[in-house]
Structures are given as C-alpha cells and as structure tokens.
Design a protein around this ligand. Structure first.
Ligand SMILES: [Ca+2]
Ligand SMILES: [Ca+2]
Ligand SMILES: [Ca+2]
Ligand SMILES: [Ca+2]
Length: 432
C-alpha cells in the first residue's frame, strides 16, 4: 500500500514534469556564416539554430562552438521580429551557450542588435553564457541583448563596444540576473551605456561579480544618464517599486552627463562593490539618485574623481555601514563608515577569476574593515571571504569587491616566524 502510494506520487510528479522536457532539444551551430535556409541539421547557422529552437515547443539549448559569428542579413524594414533578418529573435525558453568569453564571439557587424528575447512574463526564461557580444548597433533600447518581458540569466558574457540609444550592452525590460560578466566600451546615445534596467512590472534584478569599464551615456541634448547602469522606473515604460542588487562588482572609468556609474530612480542595494574614476561630465556625481530613487551602500568603496562621488545634498542615499568614501558628498554617516579616506586601490587588471578586478594595496584601510553580517561567501574573483588580512587572527570581510588573501597590513610581523627560523637554522640553534 505504501509502495503503491509512492509510485503513484512519482507517476503524478513525472506527468507534471515530463511535458516540460519531452521536446527539449540541443541544437549545435556548425558554421559561422549567417545563413537562413530553414533547417538546423549538419548545416546549421546560429540564426537557423535560433529558428529551430523557436519552432520546437519548450526549453531548448543552442551550442555555439569557438569562432566569430557576424550577423549580415539586412532586412527590408528595420526592427523585424521574424528572425529572418537583422537581430536574432529568440522566442520560448532557450539556453544559448558559447565555448568561452574569448572563444565564441558574436558580432552585430555595427549594423544590428544581436539577441532579442521576445519572452512574455517572468516565468519565461532565457540564458546566455560563455561568449562575447560585440559591435551591436540599434537605434532603440538594447544593443547586445534586449530582454522584452521575461527572466534572463547572463553568465560569463562580455559585452564589448556595443551601441544603442539606450542600454547599449543590454536592455532588460524584464528580470535580469547577471553574473561573472564584463561590460566594456559600450556607448549609449542617450542613457544606460552598459546596462539599462527598465522593468515592465514590479521585479527584482541582480548584478553579481561583474565589471563595468569605460562605458558611456552621452545624450547631447538633455544629458546622458547612467554611464554603466541606468535603473529607471519613472521613465516612460518603467515600473516603480522595482529593485536592483549590485554585489561584488567593480565600476571603473564610466562616463555620463549625470551618474557616471549609476543613475537610479528605483531602489538599489550596493554590497561589497568598488567604484573608481567614474565621472559625470555635467553634474550629479558618479552616483546619481534623483527622487524617488533610493540607494543603500554597504561594505563598498567610492573613489571617484575628486568631489564627484555623489552630488550633495543627497537625498535617499543611505549607509548600511562599513563604506569608504574619498569625499563626504555621499553623506554616508554610519559609525563604521570612513569618509575623506583614500582606500589605496591598485589598477584594474587580471587578478584571477573571470573578470578584471582592482586589488587593495598594502595598508589599505579597506582591509578587514568591512562588516561580516552580509559579507558574500566569495569576492568578485571567487576567492573565499572573509579572510584575516591584518594578522589579528580574526577573519573580517574587506570593503569592496576584492578580498586580500593573507596578511597585507603587517607583512613584517607576518614574516617574523620565517625570519626567526632562518636566523636560528632548522635545528632552532643560531647558525655559526
Ligand atoms: Ca523551444
Ligand atoms: Ca527583433
Ligand atoms: Ca579580510
Ligand atoms: Ca583580521
């Protein structure tokens, strides 16, 4: 009786789950040329693979091997959604997987958007991972990727030198979970150089372990907003009440008229992130937060061009503690915050992990000065945290996206046992 009940439950569970997977297929891209013959078989372009996944009900996977894939199919009218011309129109749940950021390159050929996700509702998902998306061009929202209204997972993707009116790297109108990714050199003619999050419904998005470097928003008429990220609910089409978490991420050298790094009118929570040399060319600081925007910083570093971290007086920029600011303009006033403090940052570079990061220099006041309450389990590189960085035997989270491994504050004290061993010889007696 008991066994019958169990197998009955299994049968019901299988019946519930099976339809989701019964038609799941994997489509292998076999050529770099942008053809469209209606079949994905031994001869299958990326566009043909997208078409096959669209036609097959339910979730499918598209595998793109190493190579450079340049979109070339010019349509009769701009902005078509048939997948036959211009951008790749992805419908249905689809995972699109490359062979690695430096191996699989998809180019918009300075003419087209690359991926257009035409999902309807947050339960429809798409995933893009392990590739570079570059040289997209689109006179609307979304260069490299436009997510219409679903949920998108981005992992190990480099958005490089894309252009759009808005959201040049990516425009998320739905929910976006972005991790281990790089937004570099993307330019928006108006707003959102790297990423625009403009939610159609109340939703929550996340940017985790990612780097934004050298992105730009440059509206010449009204002022570009959000060099790296535009997060807007008050804009046309946006929804108020949405939230964005930015965790373990690095922002360097992003530029906009307002909000060199982030421009926000919704709610943003920034945890263990590092901001360096981001600049407004007009006003409103590296962080711009016009009403009704709310931004909370925790364990984060604001080291932007002198006096330009935030535009004072700031309204609704809050501290959850343990931040470093080079000026006082963000008005971070928790007892654990350090204002008018140089965090002693190194330069952006490869320090291990999938994205470039900024190391903390020796004696940085960020070392072991964070709070452990919300300290992520790793730093941006994937290095475990918290680590004892000041040799007091207490493992404390560092401020910012980078956790120092081992002692950096008292290198001589740390090295003393070794020096004593050396001076005394291996047998513990002084060398003669
Ligand atoms: Ca499908
Ligand atoms: Ca399209
Ligand atoms: Ca530490
Ligand atoms: Ca310590």
């Amino acid at each position: 009786m008991k066994n019958y009940a169990v197998s009955c439950a299994v049968a019901i569970l299988s019946a519930a789950l099976f339809p989701m997977f019964v038609n799941a297929a994997e489509f292998q891209v076999t050529k770099t040329a942008d053809t469209f013959d209606g079949a994905c078989n031994a001869d299958c372009s990326l566009r043909e693979a997208v078409q096959a996944a669209n036609a097959n009900p339910g979730h499918d996977k598209i595998v793109i091997p190493a190579g450079t894939y340049v979109l070339t199919r010019v349509g009769e009218e701009s902005g078509s959604n048939t997948n036959e011309f211009e951008d790749l129109d992805v419908r249905d749940d689809t995972t699109i997987e490359g062979a690695g950021v430096d191996k699989t390159i998809v180019s918009g050929n300075d003419q087209f958007r690359i991926f257009h996700m035409l999902n309807n509702g947050p339960e429809e998902t798409s995933t893009v991972r392990q590739m570079t998306l570059r040289n997209a061009f689109r006179e609307s929202c979304g260069g490299g990727i436009r997510e219409s209204d679903g949920t998108i997972f981005i992992s190990h993707v480099k958005f490089l030198n894309n252009y759009a009116e808005r959201g040049a790297g990516m425009c998320a109108r739905g929910i976006a979970y972005i991790s281990d990714s790089i937004f570099e050199g993307n330019v928006a003619a108006l707003w959102g150089g790297g990423l625009t999050v403009l939610p159609r419904r109340v939703s929550h998005s996340e940017v985790v372990r990612s780097t934004f470097v050298g992105n730009e928003a440059q509206d010449p008429q009204f002022g570009g907003d959000g060099g790296a990220i535009e997060h807007c609910g008050t804009c046309t089409g946006g929804t108020e009440g949405s939230t964005l978490d930015v965790i373990n991420s690095t922002f360097v050298g992003n530029i906009a008229e307002n909000g060199g790094a982030i421009w926000n009118t919704l709610e943003v929570y920034v945890l263990n992130s590092t901001f360096k040399d981001n600049a407004p060319t007009f006003q409103d600081g590296a962080i711009a937060n016009p009403p009704p925007g709310i931004i909370t910083f925790e364990n984060s570093i604001l080291d932007n061009l002198p006096g330009l971290n935030c535009r004072a007086p700031t309204n609704n920029i809050f501290s959850a503690g343990h931040n470093i600011e080079t000026s006082i303009h963000c008005e971070l006033e928790a007892a654990s915050d350090q204002s008018r403090t140089d965090p002693l940052l190194g330069e952006l570079g490869d320090n291990g992990g999938p994205t470039p990061t900024i190391p903390l220099l020796e004696n940085s006041p960020a070392i072991d000065a964070g709070g452990n309450n919300n300290c992520p389990a790793t730093d941006q590189r994937g290095q475990e945290r918290p680590v004892d960085g000041d040799n007091d035997t207490i493992e404390t989270c560092d401020i910012g996206a980078y956790e120092v491994e081992g002692d950096m504050r008292n290198p001589i004290i740390d090295a003393l046992p070794g020096i004593i061993d050396y001076l005394m010889g291996e047998d513990g007696k002084e060398d003669e």
